[in-house]
Design a protein around this ligand. Structure first.
Ligand code: ADP
Ligand code: AMP
Length: 222
């Protein structure tokens, strides 16, 4: 582990900003446990679990799932990470101020600290093409993320890492992108001021190539 910069982290940014891409790189290099609420919710929907059944309609409209559904789930996962003695990387939670306050209380109660919040910004025009071109490996254990233009799989529609099929998320289709960006601007963006006031916000320009963004994040964490 690169212990100099291994910390409890949160990634914030609009859909398509590159949070998942950077999360994979950071977790690999810093041995962090990733807590990715979007993937947890999609898995619950696929399984048809009670959470999935309740979440489905919200996700398909580009809205946030109600706080009471997501907060309990994430706090349980945080406890598991703490029990393992690992550091965590939150990706997709919190998504509004209510969730941020719930996280702050839970961390205090568990004697944990959120060290840094990495805010990735990308020009809005670029977000649309990033989201609509995203393809994901169907193998949950692999979860590789591709882009049809910017980082296509060498094996076409198959994942170059594990050979499984790749797919487009239903909510990545163009007609839903505006709703998701509006939800981000209205509900999630206020978190930037919230964490800036706490003195832990790092602003990162996500318009560059993934490797450049990663370099900038690591430099900011030092
Ligand atoms: P998020 O998790 O913030 O929604 P992702 O990491 O899944 O975003 O990235 C969205 C899409 O954009 C993916 O298809 C990914 O391959 C691509 N992508 C991510 N980072 C970059 C980048 N810096 N430049 C170009 N494309 C990128
Ligand atoms: P993502 O994979 O982060 O783009 O999330 C996909 C969808 O899952 C979002 O559009 C929301 O509907 C839902 N979601 C993910 N995280 C949260 C959260 N913390 N609170 C509420 N809804 C969420």
């Amino acid at each position: 582990m690169n212990s100099e910069i291994a910390k409890n982290l949160l990634l914030v940014g609009p859909p398509g900003a590159g949070k998942g891409t950077q999360a994979a790189l950071l977790c690999e290099e810093l041995s962090l446990e990733r807590i990715d609420t979007g993937s947890l919710i999609r898995a619950a929907i696929k399984e048809g679990s009670p959470l999935g059944i309740q979440a489905k309609d919200y996700v398909s409209k580009g809205q946030l799932v109600p706080d009471e559904l997501i907060i309990g789930l994430i706090l349980d996962v945080l406890q598991q990470v703490k029990d393992k003695g690992s550091k965590f990387l939150l990706d997709g939670f919190p998504r509004n101020l209510v969730q941020a306050e719930a996280l702050a209380s839970a961390l205090e109660e568990k004697d944990l600290l959120l060290d840094k919040v990495i805010a990735i910004s990308v020009d809005e025009g670029k977000l649309v093409e990033r989201i609509t071109g995203r393809r994901i490996c169907t193998n949950k254990a692999c979860n590789a993320v591709y882009h049809t233009v910017f980082s296509p799989s060498k094996d076409g529609d198959l994942c170059e890492k594990c050979g499984s099929a790749t797919y487009q998320r239903d909510d990545d289709k163009e007609e839903l992108v505006t709703a998701r960006l509006n939800t981000y601007n209205r509900e999630t963006q206020p978190l930037l001021t919230y964490y800036q006031q706490k003195g832990i916000l790092l602003n990162i320009d996500g318009n560059k190539a993934p490797s450049e963004v990663f370099k900038d994040i690591k430099a900011a964490l030092k």
